[in-house]
Design a protein around this ligand. Structure first.
Ligand SMILES: Nc1ncnc2c1ncn2[C@@H]1O[C@H](COP(=O)(O)OP(=O)(O)OP(=O)(O)O)[C@@H](O)[C@H]1O
Ligand SMILES: [Mg+2]
Length: 596
């Protein structure tokens, strides 16, 4: 009873899988529904025409060959050629339409996936590797669509071939046909057990494929580290390990699925053997003409042939259904940081920004920031100093909501920043990191990202304020100099100044700065410093400070050690605290830097 039940359940799950997957895909198929329908409709004549040959053999054998009367059917071979020509042309049209529709559906799906990718928060990216993203957001869409359409097409074609050939079977001899169709159904049974067996292997294959892609990415981004530490062999070995794993997984998949084809092959040949014996009996007892028997056998061989490969076909259907499920899992997932339902625009002007009892943890129960209270007024500069790993970067990352606070709240003029739209919040905050990301393209394109509508005057001013003008004068192409992927063709200081110019154009009232430490030599550091000072004017600034000049000029300094604000005040106030945290930092770091 229980066995029966679970079987019924399995059947239902299988049906649901088909229906659900197509239902979900429908919005993507809909714009191209007419051509997709044409693909399906074309499979009817193409599939049925296979039967014409089998059917035509009966009159030809009985009337022409056995009665030796050419006149009775000389035209039959010509009819077969004509039908085959038509079938060939239709097949070309079918494949053309199928490719066209498939590529369009894939593109729609990929466009949606990419849009989705752009909505995810920093943590989403932190917890995945780049290969994983590539597979989930791109490769799976290819697999989903490729399998979906061409398999539907193949299935439909084989289905109509089968139906028309079965008609020919029954037309020639219903007794024989019954035997052969029974064997056919028996041959299709093993397919039902396949799905459960392939799923875990497919999941593992995806992970392996993703980590293969990550290795390429690592080798690209980390090539200098690889060379300087002589890590070629190490990296090669890691790559080979993944390669071996993908190999063994694909062999595993083969073993779990490809037995289907030979098994069906054997079962179907038993069908042909039975047809031969039983058919001969029918001829000898005059229940069947020899022509009918030859026609029957032709139809049977034509019928069994596509069915022998339907197993492989079914494998790719399973693969594409699996990919569809993966794709929609991604599309259904919701970013953790998003606009609340009643989100409002953040006003352009603010009076004060407050951190109220803010605590934060990346991993639950491991607090990184504890009970932070801080009030910053418009136009003030807050310098954040403290020990390494103390939580400075984390603190400023909470402002543009790269992460959300775990407890407490950050408010702007009394409104929790979680009540602002993400877009308006980020529009109001300029960020200059230690290591700024530049896009492949020209210097102009990269600066204009700060404000795509900026006028030429604004652009010129930003360049001047960021001390980029002298550098640009030395370049042949000036602002239109290509900077390479991630700005690899620029020096560290130049990259930073491009990022500063970009922030200038953005002209956001709040500025978050992570001051560069040792990446630059003294001379370029001084230029960058001046550019940053220009940028800071008239803004509310949170700066993670490493230079004494920045710290001295700040309205307030906070010392963040081990996730807590341990001291706050001005430079002079803090220096007066005996054995204070700031005084220790000052003696150990800032003073020395100043003396250099
Ligand atoms: N994405 C993350 N996931 C988990 N833990 C993290 C993550 N980023 C940082 N941490 C941890 O949070 C703590 C604070 O890190 P944070 O980067 O804020 O320190 P910091 O004060 O900026 O240090 P530094 O001066 O070296 O830049 C560290 O212990 C760090 O290991
Ligand atoms: Mg930091």
């Amino acid at each position: 009873m229980q066995h029966k039940l679970s079987k019924a359940l399995r059947k239902q799950v299988l049906e649901n899988m088909f229906v659900q997957n197509y239902k979900r895909m429908w919005p993507y198929i809909k714009p191209f529904w007419f051509r997709a329908l044409m693909v399906l409709l074309l499979t009817i004549p193409i599939g049925s025409m296979d039967a014409i040959i089998a059917w035509a053999i009966k009159p030809y054998t009985d009337a022409v060959m056995l009665k030796e009367n050419m006149a009775a059917g000389w035209y039959i071979p010509l009819v077969i050629v004509a039908f085959t020509c038509v079938q060939g042309v239709l097949t070309y049209i079918l494949n053309y339409l199928n490719t066209w529709v498939g590529a369009n559906i894939t593109n729609l799906l990929k466009a949606d996936l990419f849009k989705k990718l752009l909505t995810f928060e920093t943590e989403f990216f932190n917890s995945r590797n780049s290969g994983d993203i590539l597979v989930k957001f791109s490769t799976n869409a290819d697999t989903a669509c490729a399998g979906l359409l061409s398999n539907v097409k193949n299935f439909a074609r084989k289905f109509f071939t089968a139906v028309s050939l079965i008609c020919v079977l029954f037309y020639n001899s219903w007794q024989l046909a019954l035997v052969c169709v029974a064997i056919l159904i028996f041959a299709l049974l093993p397919m039902t057990s396949l799905r459960k067996r392939v799923r875990p292997v497919l999941n593992k294959s995806m992970v392996a494929g993703a980590s293969l892609a990550t290795k390429y990415n690592e080798t690209y981004s980390g090539n200098k580290t690889i060379i300087s530490y002589n890590l070629e062999q190490y990296q090669d070995q890691r790559y080979l390990n993944v390669l071996h794993e993908t190999f063994s997984l694909s062999m595993k998949l083969f073993k779990r699925t490809r037995w289907l084809t030979p098994v069906m092959h054997i079962i179907l040949s038993i069908g042909i053997a039975l047809a031969l014996w039983f058919g001969s009996h029918l001829i000898l007892t005059n229940q069947l003409t020899p022509g009918g028997f030859v026609s029957f056998l032709t139809a049977l061989i034509l019928l069994y042939n596509p069915l022998k490969t339907i197993g492989n076909n079914y494998n790719s259907v399973l693969l594409s259904f699996w990919a569809i499920e993966q794709v929609f899992e991604v599309l259904d997932s919701e970013p953790k940081i998003k606009d609340s339902e009643k989100a409002i625009q953040m006003p352009k002007h603010h009076k004060e920004i407050r951190f109220d009892n803010v605590s934060f943890e990346y991993v639950s129960d491991v607090p990184v920031l504890k009970d932070i209270n801080l009030t910053v007024h418009q136009g003030e500069t807050i310098a954040i100093v403290g020990n390494s790993g103390g939580g400075k970067t984390t603190l400023v990352n909470l402002l543009p909501r790269f992460y959300d606070v775990t407890e407490g709240q950050i408010t702007v003029d009394g409104t929790d920043i979680r009540n602002f739209t993400l877009k308006s919040l980020r529009q109001n905050i300029g960020v200059v990191f230690q290591d700024n990301f530049l896009f492949d393209g020209t210097i102009r394109e990269n600066i204009m990202l700060g404000n795509e509508n900026a006028t030429k005057e604004q652009l010129d001013k930003a360049i001047k304020m960021a001390y980029l003008d002298d550098f640009l004068d030395t370049m042949k192409d000036g602002l239109d100099t290509e900077i390479g992927e991630r700005g690899v063709l620029l020096s560290g200081g130049q990259k930073q100044r491009v990022a500063i110019a970009r922030a200038f154009l953005k002209n956001a009232p709040i500025l978050v700065l992570d001051e560069a430490t040792s990446a630059l030599d003294n001379k370029s550091e001084a230029v960058v410093q001046k550019a940053i000072e220009n940028l800071m004017q008239e803004k509310t600034v949170f700066v993670i400070a490493h230079r004494l000049s920045t710290i001295r000029n700040a309205s307030k300094i906070i010392v963040v050690n081990d996730g807590k604000i341990v001291e706050s005040g001005t430079h002079d106030e803090l220096l007066k605290i005996k054995n204070g945290a700031y005084k220790m930092l000052y003696d150990m770091q800032f003073k020395k830097k100043e003396e250099k």
